[in-house]
Design a binder for this molecule. Structure first.
Ligand code: SF4
Length: 254
């Protein structure tokens, strides 16, 4: 297979929250969204200069595969694998596809963590190439989605619809951002939307943590979440109960 080059801003080994088992998470550079609560603001394209810096490393497919394979023994022992995240991995669809195919040939379990904002044809092509999709859902009201993430949600919902109709293995991930995504009204709307599909996906709720404050300061970016407190366990449980009442398998991640 012809080698391609991709832009990667981080590789995290021994991840335990991005799919089953112990995983290597590969963070693709670039994201079309600009969520107020983003934990990885360094993924944005503006941190691109010079071309090969600590926030933007170029990898050939074979080179990245060798990095991923270094921890094969841990994947085998834990039922883990590799997760392609970002940023938005669908912004580099050809590179992503080649990596998924190469990993499959090596017998490595693959997951793609996506914002859902991407070209529908790319989603169609890639749908069956990943063994697991981690699909982020944020806000059901499109105007609010635009306000807090920089894009409306129409494309995202339509790509989710496509993946669900293809019956891929998919987990919905919802960041619980106090007062923004983590409201009963928003969660209720997500339940209604997801209930319209014949197959009910699993749902993971991701509580908000203030772990990125230092990054915003270092990069000189405005941190719009500076005054937002973390979620209380009680509030997260209440939102989880809405999913359980709707018949969904729902967990709160650490
Ligand atoms: S979609 Fe994810 S990576 Fe992109 S800006 Fe939002 S939180 Fe950050």
């Amino acid at each position: 297979m012809k080698s391609k080059t991709g832009s990667i801003f981080n590789i995290q080994r021994f991840s335990v929250h991005d799919g089953p088992g112990i995983r290597t998470t590969v963070f693709f550079k670039g994201c079309p969204l600009s969520c107020w609560w983003c934990h990885n603001p360094e993924c944005r394209s503006e941190f691109n200069i010079p071309q090969n810096n600590r926030y933007n490393k170029k990898f050939a497919t074979g080179e990245l595969l060798a990095e991923i394979k270094r921890d094969r023994i841990f994947y085998e022992e834990s039922g883990g694998g590799v997760t392609f995240s970002g940023g938005e991995p669908l912004m580099q669809p050809a590179f992503l596809k080649t990596m998924l195919v190469l990993c499959k040939e090596e017998g490595l379990h693959t997951a793609v963590d996506t914002s859902g904002f991407g070209n529908q044809e790319d989603f169609r092509i890639l749908a069956k190439n990943a063994e697991l999709w981690l699909f982020d859902l944020k806000i059901m009201n499109s105007a609010e989605h635009l306000k807090y993430t920089g894009v409306g949600n129409k494309i995202i919902l339509s790509n989710l619809e496509l993946l669900l109709s293809e019956q891929v293995n998919l987990i919905i991930r919802i960041p619980l951002i106090p007062g923004i995504t983590a409201t009963s009204e928003n969660i209720q709307k997500i339940v209604v939307f997801l209930s319209s599909f014949s197959h009910k996906p699993k749902v993971n709720l991701l509580p908000f943590h203030r772990i990125a404050d230092g990054k915003y300061e270092k990069l000189g970016l405005q941190n719009k979440m500076l005054k937002t407190p973390g979620n209380s366990q009680k509030d997260s449980e209440k939102l989880k109960d809405i999913f359980l009442a709707g018949g969904f398998d729902c967990e709160i991640n650490a």
